[in-house]
Design a protein around this ligand. Structure first.
Ligand SMILES: [Zn+2]
Length: 269
């Protein structure tokens, strides 16, 4: 067995999965910092984590992923201010993403690609949900990373990712710009377009499927919000949240969905 084979066996063993879970929870803790600070244009490196209520720096023993939030029962150790469940939830989700990634794809580039893409979608989901912002640092910043993965991917070519991600999104950008000039309102936010560019580099032409899935889920949830929760027509739907869900579904099940569609709906042609 080669070294890579040993790593593969390790990562798919119980100890390996626990390792991935712990590592994931630590990254989740960092993603919480990104979700809180990026929309506010604050540095994600300095200063160290602090309580937004009493400004006290949080020592490492109160900053242990998952455990500290439970131990402190969701409250600051110094001033007792409530710490959102979101912090625990993001750490747990990230831990599960890492665990699922190595469980499904082993110790491989595909696992890394899945973990990177899903983590980015997780961050975008929460910044859009809470602040209606899709930070450029994530959308534009990771387009080169998506292209590097595409270069090594056996499933989609570098050229495909480049065309869909850069040229496709460029056309959308132009459409959105024209719409804005004629109607005077944003039909599709520029943040959404940049997010589509990122999706294009990671999904290639399957990004269209992700856009479709995201639009369908977004429309259903949007109608629910307007007509059932009565938020009014001008409630701004966080479309990026639905694009994020569409992207993860497409990455995992896109081929199955396309196969199902072709065999069940197109067989008569
Ligand atoms: Zn505090």
């Amino acid at each position: 067995m080669s070294f890579a084979d040993y790593l593969n066996v390790f990562f798919q063993s119980k100890i390996g999965l626990i390792f991935a879970f712990v590592l994931g929870s630590m990254f989740g803790s960092f993603f919480n910092v990104c979700i809180y600070r990026l929309p506010k244009e604050l540095s994600i490196i300095k200063p160290r984590s602090f309580c937004p209520s009493c400004n006290k720096t949080i020592p490492w023993y109160y900053n242990i992923p998952l455990i500290s939030w439970l131990y402190l029962r969701g409250k600051c150790a110094y001033c007792g201010a409530k710490i959102s469940f979101r912090y625990f939830f993001v750490e747990l989700l990230t831990a599960l993403i890492f665990t699922f990634g190595v469980y499904k794809f082993g110790f491989s580039l595909k696992a890394l690609e899945f973990i990177v893409l899903t983590s980015l979608m997780l961050i975008l989901f929460f910044t859009d949900l809470y602040e209606r912002i899709l930070p450029d640092e994530i959308t534009l910043g990771f387009i080169p990373i998506g292209l590097i993965f595409a270069y090594f991917s056996p499933e989609r070519g570098f050229l495909e990712s480049l065309v869909v991600g850069v040229i496709g999104a460029g056309l959308l950008f132009l459409l959105a710009y024209i719409y804005l000039k004629i109607k005077g309102i944003e039909g599709m936010g520029m943040g959404d377009v940049k997010m589509l560019a990122l999706m294009g580099t990671f999904l290639g032409k399957k990004a269209f499927l992700a856009l479709m899935i995201g639009s369908i889920i977004g429309t259903i949830v949007g109608l629910f919000i307007i007509y059932v929760l009565k938020k009014g027509r001008h409630y701004e739907i966080p479309f990026g949240c639905f694009l994020a869900i569409g992207t993860v579904i497409t990455y995992l099940y896109g081929d199955n969905l396309i196969h199902y569609y072709v065999t069940h709906f197109l067989q008569h042609y």
